[in-house]
Design a binder for this molecule. Sequence first.
Ligand code: GLN
Length: 486
Amino acid sequence: MSQLLNNGEISSVDLTRAHLDRISEVDGQVKAFLFVDHDGALAQAELVDAKRRSGENLSPLAGVPLALKDVMTQRGIPTTCGSKMLEGWRPPYDSTVVTKLRSADVVILGKTNCDEFAMGSSTENSAYFPTRNPWDLTRIPGGSGGGSSASLASYEAPLAIGTDTGGSIRQPAAVTGTVGVKPTYGGVSRYGLVAFSSSLDQAGPCARTVLDVAYLHEAIAGHDPLDSTSINAPVPPIVAAAKDGNVKGMKIGVIKELQGDGYQPGVLKLFNQSLEELAKLGAEIVEVSCKYFDYALAAYYLIAPSECSSNLARFDAMRYGLRIGEGSAEEVMNSTRSAGFGKEVKRRIILGTYALSSGYYDAYYGSAQKVRTLISQDFKDAFEKVDVLVSPTAPTTAFKIGEKSNDPIAMYLNDIATIPTNLAGVCGMSLPSGLAEEDGLPAGFQIMAGAMKDDRLYKVGAALESALTKKWGGGILGKAPKLVAK
Ligand code: GLN
């Protein structure tokens, strides 16, 4: 698209209109968007076209449309976080990610659906509606960023922004056959990302190919004085690594603890075939044990709810969005929070408040933080032996809508392979490994690298993508989703 724009074969207005038309045509079925900024997107596209006509030097993504996860603020545009609590709220400021997208002249099409406050793995926890998987409309598109992943897989948008606290970029990418990266913690500013679990949250790029993700990653990364956890160091050479894609001599560690029981056989088969491809390209494949990873899920479900119980205290009916009832401040807060939050958000606030309460703090939150340190140490030890670590991204392909909605533990288990990365603050990518033999649905291959070694994800990802494109023929998966219910 960028080349067509640069060659003057199409305008950004054409490209934007084509995507808006596609959204009107298919989003009634896919339901990826909570808000489509029809006029705003076209106005922005016109501005970019004018800049191009006047010969301005433009960024590689100038004029290309993008879908923004609805937990990111964009000035004047509804930002709901998939919650009734923020219905009707229009933020008075842009997140830093949006500021950067604007300075790269990316055209923002609208806001994508997600699990309420990004808590979930299926987008069924959205207070508005579930989003559907373009490969089979009766299945989930992953979560929490299912709107972003579904918009890519259904060709409603070529680029999307996600956020990943425990897997919400990578697991949706895996189950929709798209590519997503959780950058190193602090690599992309969190300013304007509505906080769920501040020590884990990280915004990141999503697209259909590794190179597209690389361009988007470079556009949004970098130090931001408005986020005190933002890393003040140069952005790793991401696009160069994606163009290089040479894994000869690289050491790739397969994590012993992230396979076997609970993993779908077809997903494991594709994972092993991908390893063979990487070996053929000259990478050395070794097995690595990260023994504390078995405790990652338990630690995450104490740390994330604890931070969420504190972060979500700001939704007190006084400052943002919803206000219900009359009487004292306590009464209004009570009725507003009872009505405004959904079941999963309430569950986590209660869990987190309990885990932080005096008398239980050391036993729960304190222990979880110790486990977190051990997991970081596992990564550190592993990265002394290997350049990257790999695993399946999610244990299964997309499940049916409704299948796990009444079983929180089954839902939480989706993130078993993605959570360790967040706990340690390192980076991870998911890219498609193929279509599983049991159900013909996409599976994900996860690559993990150390802090600020994001370029390694792209090196390995690009190598595997080009090998698999040859293997499956015609696009990395050999097919495009058909947007039908199976
Ligand atoms: N599915 C995980 C959870 O429910 C991760 C969510 C996320 O990364 N935002 O917390």
